[in-house]
Ligand binder design. Structure first.
Ligand code: ATP
Ligand code: MG
Length: 399
């Protein structure tokens, strides 16, 4: 058994010793068989939530109504979920009823794709009633049972299928692929937070070109915020050299190609964190400038290094060049390091100095004055040394 499982093994053993079944399930088992890096190991059990809480000292109720208890073991958190079935998805999203059961097979049956419907026991044996292993060997994504039924039950699975295709570089099984477009409209019932979380993973995928092609072929974009009539623009993106781009870079590229007039509103519709919205709208403006002219020292300074890197990489993709991200990143870092100052904190004077020199209380003038100094330092008019700046300011004010 390999590391993340080995470490979690005592948790399985404890549950078994208490007389219940327990298995590793889902993404971790899949990634282990694909030989991908495993992040979190999820555990499924025949024990009911209250029984799990009786076995472990340190637990947190994170989703007890869905059967999930968080167990902290040797400082590591593990999500332990009781075997369950889900029934009657009347609103195409959440199951109306979650029923706890004692059967692993029934629990695996409710899962989305065969590759995600496997379990591994404490002895390392794989339980695979839906031939997920075979699907992985064929590098194929296939729903457990009828694709039409599974996508109607929970339309997020449509987006998950497309995201996994690009993330793993797998293709979709024929029936699964054919069903995408038939049910894509049901994505309108899905909470935007769930959609965003899958879409971010899609945009990070190493074969995201595939994902994006699937997205437009099945017209899934029709049901995504702000993208409903943007098929042409999205196809343009799919043609570019995008596979190595990060999700932030992809958002930037998307906003640029869409010529989005209200980027902030667009991103708000996706319910993105405000900090990220700020970063992307600022970077979009810098990218639009960059498309018109070479970097000036002030542009670079105001962008900050991360934004400068993201912008330059997307600019090169737009120009139809290969996105040699690493080279571009190093070049921007080199240029950034040549700036006399990289951020306001690097200035050899502070607002406090200015107040003392002028004998004047703080106010909006300080910001203006600091900006004047920044510009002068960046343009090489004055050296970034306190005494020299002071002298320069005095001569300026005498003028
Ligand atoms: P990742 O590696 O990106 O986390 P994952 O497969 O682990 O992928 P999770 O969202 O963490 O995805 O879900 C864990 C498991 O729960 C899945 O492997 C799958 O068995 C099941 N699952 C998750 N979402 C759904 C869904 N919408 N419908 C059915 N089963 C699901
Ligand atoms: Mg997971």
């Amino acid at each position: 058994m390999i590391e993340p499982f080995k470490k979690a093994l005592p948790v399985l053993n404890r549950i078994e010793e208490a007389g219940y079944e327990a298995y590793f399930v889902g993404g971790a088992v899949r990634d282990y068989l694909i030989k991908r890096e495993i992040h979190d190991v999820d555990i499924a059990t025949s024990a009911f939530p209250e029984e799990i809480k009786g076995i472990f000292k340190s637990t947190v109720d994170v989703g007890i109504e869905h059967g999930t208890v968080l167990v902290i073991e040797k400082g590591e958190p593990y999500e332990i979920t009781t075997f369950r079935t889900e029934s009657e998805y009347k609103d195409y999203r959440r199951p109306d009823k979650v029923t706890f059961i004692r059967s692993l097979d029934k629990d695996l049956e409710r899962r989305d794709f065969t590759m995600n419907a496997m379990a591994m026991d404490a002895r390392g044996a794989i339980i695979d009633p839906f031939h997920g292993k075979g699907a992985i060997e064929k590098r194929m994504i296939q729903t457990v049972g009828s694709a039409d039924d599974r996508f109607t039950e929970d339309a997020l699975r449509i987006l998950r299928a497309v995201r996994f295709a690009g993330q793993l570089g797998f293709r979709l099984e024929k029936q699964t692929q054919a069903a995408l477009g038939r049910h894509a409209h049901l994505l309108e019932h899905i909470a935007i937070e769930r959609i965003l979380s899958e879409f971010e993973k899609l945009l990070n995928g190493k074969s995201k070109k595939e994902s994006i092609q699937l997205l437009t072929e099945a017209k899934i974009h029709h049901y995504l915020p702000g993208l409903s009539d943007k098929g042409t623009a999205i196809n343009e993106i799919a043609k570019a050299d995008i596979n190595s781009l990060t999700s932030n870079q992809m958002w930037l590229f998307l906003l640029f190609i869409l010529e989005e007039p209200a980027p902030q509103e667009f991103l708000k519709r996706w319910k993105m964190p405000l900090k990220k919205i700020k970063y992307l709208t600022k970077s979009l403006q810098i990218l639009r400038n960059r498309a018109k002219r070479e970097w000036e020292l002030l542009d670079l300074y105001e962008a900050g290094i991360q934004s400068a890197i993201d912008v330059e990489i997307i600019y090169s993709v737009i120009k139809n060049q290969k996105s040699e991200s690493k080279i571009m990143e190093n070049e921007m870092k080199r240029r950034f390091e040549l700036l006399p100052i990289q951020e306001r904190g690097d200035l050899d004077v502070t607002g406090n100095d200015l107040m003392i020199w002028r004998g004047q209380a703080g106010g909006p003038w300080i910001k203006e004055e600091l900006q004047k100094i920044e510009h002068a330092v960046l343009n090489g008019i004055v050296k970034n040394e306190k005494a020299i700046i002071k002298e320069w300011l005095e001569s300026w004010n005498r003028r």
